[in-house]
Ligand binder design. Sequence first.
Ligand SMILES: Cc1cc2nc3c(=O)[nH]c(=O)nc-3n(C[C@H](O)[C@H](O)[C@H](O)COP(=O)(O)OP(=O)(O)OC[C@H]3O[C@@H](n4cnc5c(N)ncnc54)[C@H](O)[C@@H]3O)c2cc1C
Length: 404
Amino acid sequence: MPPLRAVCCLWYARDMKHEIFWQNPGYVIRPELKEDIECDYLIVGGGITGVSAAHFLTKFGAQNVVLVEKQYIGSGATGKAAGTLVTRGERDLTDMIKEYGLEKTHLLWNKTHEALRALRQIIATEAIDCDAESQDTLICGFPGKNYNNLYEEYEAEKRIESTTRILEGDELKKEINSPLFNHGVLSAQHGLCVDPLRFVQGFSGVVEKNGVRIYENTAVVQAINGIARTNHGTIKYKKIIWAIDVDYPSDDIRNLRTTIIVTRPLTSEEVMKIGFAERKKVVWDSRKNENYFKLTKDNRILLGFGGIVVHKKHRKTDPHFPHLKQLQGFIKRIFPYLDLEIEYTWSGHFGVNKHWSQGPFIKVSENEATISGAGSQVVCFMAGEHIAHKLLGKPSPSELYFGN
Ligand SMILES: Cc1cc2nc3c(=O)[nH]c(=O)nc-3n(C[C@H](O)[C@H](O)[C@H](O)COP(=O)(O)OP(=O)(O)OC[C@H]3O[C@@H](n4cnc5c(N)ncnc54)[C@H](O)[C@@H]3O)c2cc1C
């Protein structure tokens, strides 16, 4: 008879699927390119960056736009993500104010809010079926020897956001009933929760409706002198946009591996007990280790953690075991009173700029643009707008953020 611990592990291994939770069975993958074609704008990569660039190019009047994706739309980082589209990036506001000053930080902050509003509007007006829900952001702090910058962050956010509140005691418990945290900063309407796969695939349908020709299962294997070669056809283009994130061949781009678990659905009593009855929110822990969680539309807890730099070619989605162990331990510490089986777990990869404090890696010349390593889908969307402006020869409203 194996010891009890080993039996538990076997039970976990049997019930937990090493699979991505997001599925879109109704999605029909578009045919691959099998002829020689011409276009004005060629976008390589069908994640949120490429689809956003296509959206803004057509919105600003560009015609003859082609997008090619080597697998299917959303098959990269975008469709494996947690689906929390948030205004706050990885950087503390306190650090940003120190670096840019209050006025510039305020402008950047407003620009991100604007992008989030634009995303909400696209989803609503185009009726993209992706379980979209507006949400608050709650950053939580721990008792005892702590990461005190949360109070400082609150003071910083208060300078540009009148609704932000600091929560302690019962006020906090009402928002999140966990013995782990004793204070938190609540920012109202700072996020949008989506099923990221259905969102980006739905968004690709919108840009296609607006005239963009899309080919899936079509990898660009070479692009020289205005001719892109794929396996079964060539594309003659005037301008090209590389939106291939971690696949972009530059030492400045790192491949970050991160892991997610999704539990069984909670009962409505459990949802009430953890403090999620009235409001949707994404919760972050204030340590610098990227722990975050939210409820999915069907009331499962989705908890994510981790960032480990791995080899550029690494793409496996089986869970990174040290992350998984950390997540299993963390969920028990957040909600010790719940018995939560984990039903799904996977790891995904995304690009980050080696010089991360500079934001995404963006290169623009007259006929070519690259966006990679944005690390956040809202920033990918903003970067798509930025380079659409640049390639059309128009001033970009995000110049302050992304440079020239
Ligand atoms: C597990 C996980 C959780 C995350 N959670 C969040 C989150 O909650 N919120 C958030 O904002 N961000 C999150 N991120 C980060 C975010 O998802 C990424 O920063 C973003 O999706 C990058 O988008 P992209 O379009 O640039 O890249 P991708 O989505 O990777 O798209 C690039 C596409 O290019 C294609 N491609 C590559 N080479 C070629 C070629 N030669 N020819 C044709 N096509 C090619 C790839 O197949 C791929 O589909 C998460 C990432 C991961 C992995």
